[in-house]
Design a protein around this ligand. Structure first.
Ligand code: PGA
Ligand code: ZN
Length: 424
């Protein structure tokens, strides 16, 4: 049973405060979890509680969330069995009592939820992926390596937030990762040779000033070939457009032109026809359900269309998407919803409904590697955790290498099967 719960304020990868929680069990096990934080957050995400005290960290301190853990949340779960994750999480949700976890803060609640799971796994002497996923957890995810950062994650003129290398043609996770890493280094040389900047954005990708979004895709194709791989079959491409960020008053302000969602959709159809794209995330704004319906009807059988700000890991919003044929995939971020149970519910709802699911980091991360375990635990087949640079990103890839080794001959790389809609 849970004997005590501790919490502290630590820093994330952008140097902003975040919550870390420690759970102590009666058997002496002590385990911790740290909470990530987004920059291009969706309006429908669970609430991240910050102090608002301008005298500390420009208002971004999380002492209130830490106090919520120490004073209220911890005492409410003490005595509960840590292996009863659903009971623990239901207790957290009821204690908060709001729709968006706005009273105690999703950052406070998530820290306790994840640290409880970690403690239960440690106490059982099981790796987290096996504790959560059981003996069926054996699929290593295809990494979506975000190697060019734009949008809210970089200060360049590139509107699309993330450009992915997707090494789906490899035989194993470690091989796919190596292909991605070699292409990443080749891309760096290529940028240098063209006189473009090689400084890194928040997720470890390069952040060059480019004339257009297509130029970024052309650079990736060139880097893949230079690195000795075949674009499309070995390494495919993907995008997180993060459209909500440049949508205002019903207009998409994209590449210097105000566009309708129909115009955005024809831009995407053109990209899909000309580039080996396997996945497009948040192509439209978080409330443009109509535009999404049209896009899904047009491209949904050719490419993975992922809802991030659209679904916010929320089973209720995902259910609406399923009912209305909106998108065909969900991005899964633990802090968008605030408990492990609801996260796993979102993944299984997706999987039961013919939607794919992608376990994802946030742009503000820590050394916590929980999402690597969740990707394998759910057999979801895809993970988005940045470029192979910056230790908060690499930590997740390194953990997946360890998990692959631990699974040994049972490990299966999701590979091309992760993208059933891609046929090119
Ligand atoms: P965020 O970005 O963590 O800043 O929200 C990641 C994403 O949009 O997928
Ligand atoms: Zn996104």
């Amino acid at each position: 049973a849970i004997e005590a719960v501790g919490a502290r304020e630590i820093l994330d990868s952008r140097g902003n405060p975040t919550v870390e929680v420690e759970v102590l069990l009666e058997d002496g096990t002590v385990s911790r979890a740290a909470v990530p934080s987004g920059a291009s957050t969706g309006a429908f995400e669970a609430y991240e509680l910050r102090d608002g005290d301008k005298g500390r960290y420009f208002g971004k301190g999380v002492r209130k969330a830490v106090d919520a853990v120490l004073d209220e949340i911890g005492p409410a779960v003490e005595g509960l069995d840590a292996t009863d994750q659903r009971v623990v999480d239901a207790t957290l949700i009821a204690l908060d009592g709001t729709e968006n976890k706005g009273r105690l803060g999703a950052n406070a609640l998530l820290g306790v939820s994840l640290a409880t799971a970690r403690a239960a796994a440690d106490s059982a002497d099981l790796p987290l992926f096996r504790y959560i996923g059981g003996p069926n957890a054996h699929i290593l995810p295809v990494p979506l390596l975000n190697v060019i950062n734009g949008g809210a994650h970089a200060d360049t003129g590139v509107d699309i937030q993330e450009f992915f290398l997707v090494p789906h043609g490899a035989e194993t996770f470690s091989e796919g990762l190596r292909w991605g890493v070699e292409t990443y280094h080749t891309l760096k040389s290529l940028l240098k040779s063209k006189g473009l900047a090689t400084g890194l954005g928040d997720e470890g990708g390069f952040a060059p000033e480019l004339a257009s979004n297509r130029e970024a895709l052309d650079l990736l194709l060139e880097a893949i070939e230079k690195a000795g791989f075949t674009p499309g079959t070995d390494i495919a491409l993907g995008l997180d457009v993060a459209s909500t960020e440049f949508f205002s008053d019903g207009v998409y302000n994209f590449e210097g032109v105000g566009r309708t969602s129909a115009e955005m959709n024809s831009y995407f159809a053109d990209l899909v026809a000309n580039f080996p794209l396997v996945t497009i995330e948040d192509p439209l704004a978080e409330d443009d359900w109509e535009g999404y319906a049209a896009l899904t009807a047009e491209l949904g059988d050719k490419v993975q269309i992922v809802g991030d700000d659209l679904f916010v890991t929320n089973p209720t919003r995902l259910q609406r998407g399923i009912d209305e044929d909106i998108a065909n995939s969900i991005l899964v971020k633990v802090n968008q919803i605030g408990t492990l149970t609801e996260t796993l519910d979102a993944v299984s709802l997706a999987q039961r409904s013919g939607y794919t699911a992608i376990l994802s980091h946030r742009s503000g991360e820590t050394e916590d590697v929980t999402i690597a375990h969740l990707a394998v635990a759910t057999d979801c087949g895809q993970i988005k955790t940045g470029a192979p640079a910056r230790s908060e990103r690499v930590a997740k890839y390194n953990e997946l290498l360890r998990i692959e080794e631990e699974l040994d001959t049972a490990a299966v790389y999701a590979g091309r099967s992760a993208f059933p809609r891609y046929t090119a």
